[in-house]
Design a protein around this ligand. Structure first.
Ligand SMILES: Cc1cc2nc3c(=O)[nH]c(=O)nc-3n(C[C@H](O)[C@H](O)[C@H](O)COP(=O)(O)OP(=O)(O)OC[C@H]3O[C@@H](n4cnc5c(N)ncnc54)[C@H](O)[C@@H]3O)c2cc1C
Length: 233
């Protein structure tokens, strides 16, 4: 079996921007003609499904649990890192990238880690806009702490409940799209197999955990957001 991460070419800091620029766009009026299947409703899946729904795609969202809010993302406690350098203590995208690669024992894919460091800066603002109650200083600005042995204070947190609060934010965004009709939610559905057509993921076989019925759902793209390595499909 060949594992191909399909990492874009070019210098590390430019890879993903270049990839985004070179990718073909879908006209806003045509997006509703495409169905995207998203498996998992943790922070990754709920964000992907609601963002795709907001963009105008037809989304089908699946999770094993009875509610998207039960995803394991709820367990994260420490906080979320972002290279905003609010503390003016020398943080940067490059430093967050370096720390994350080092913290990952040099086993992470560097291109993906760089992308994570790049978008970390915007994610905090998005979460705040969604209503995530991050801790604030007395003056009202977002607070930071040094976490996980980092030499800088770049961790944004919501007491010991960061994962839960982030998931509530992502869940609300998902529910909004469900209400608007762009996302169709399938709770208590376990994905059992991926449908691959001509080398592309085009659907999923799922089991309805209430009735036991096995169903096939087809789409134009499939996004697997089923959790960490332990749950890798
Ligand atoms: C105790 C703990 C503390 C942590 N603290 C932090 C922290 O402080 N900061 C930090 O950045 N990270 C932290 N993490 C890591 C972080 O929480 C996770 O990496 C992240 O939440 C994973 O999100 P996810 O959406 O990929 O997966 P998950 O939240 O695990 O979601 C997986 C989803 O996939 C669904 N699913 C799985 N398999 C199937 C299937 N076959 N069919 C249908 N649905 C399926 C599940 O129902 C669920 O909805 C912590 C993790 C833990 C466990």
């Amino acid at each position: 079996m060949t594992l191909d991460p399909k990492i874009p070419g070019g210098p590390l800091p430019d890879k993903w921007d270049r990839h985004k620029f070179e990718s073909k766009l879908v006209n806003p009026a045509n997006r509703r003609k495409y169905t995207v299947i998203v498996v998992g409703t943790g922070l990754a899946g709920a964000s992907a499904a609601s963002s795709l729904g907001e963009l105008g795609y037809q989304v089908k969202s699946f999770c094993i649990h009875d509610s998207p809010r039960r995803a394991h993302s709820i367990a994260a406690q420490g906080g979320i890192n972002a290279a905003k350098n609010y503390q003016n203590d020398g943080d940067s995208v490059q430093r967050l990238f370096y720390d994350t690669v080092k913290g990952g024992d040099f086993r992470s894919r560097e291109a993906n880690v760089h992308r994570l460091a790049e978008i970390s800066v915007e994610i905090i603002d998005q979460c705040v806009a969604q209503g995530v109650p991050f801790a604030r200083e007395y003056g009202g600005l977002l607070d930071n702490r040094s976490f996980g042995g980092a030499q800088v204070s770049r961790t944004f947190y919501a007491r010991g409940q960061t994962g839960q609060q982030l998931l509530l934010g992502a869940y609300q965004a998902l529910e909004r799209q469900i209400g608007l009709g762009t996302v169709e939610m399938y709770p208590r559905h376990e994905m059992q197999e991926l449908v691959v057509v001509d080398g592309r993921a085009r659907g999923v076989i799922v089991r309805d955990m209430v009735t036991g019925e096995v169903e096939t759902h087809l789409g134009d793209a499939v996004c697997l957001a089923t959790g960490g390595y332990g749950n890798v499909f």
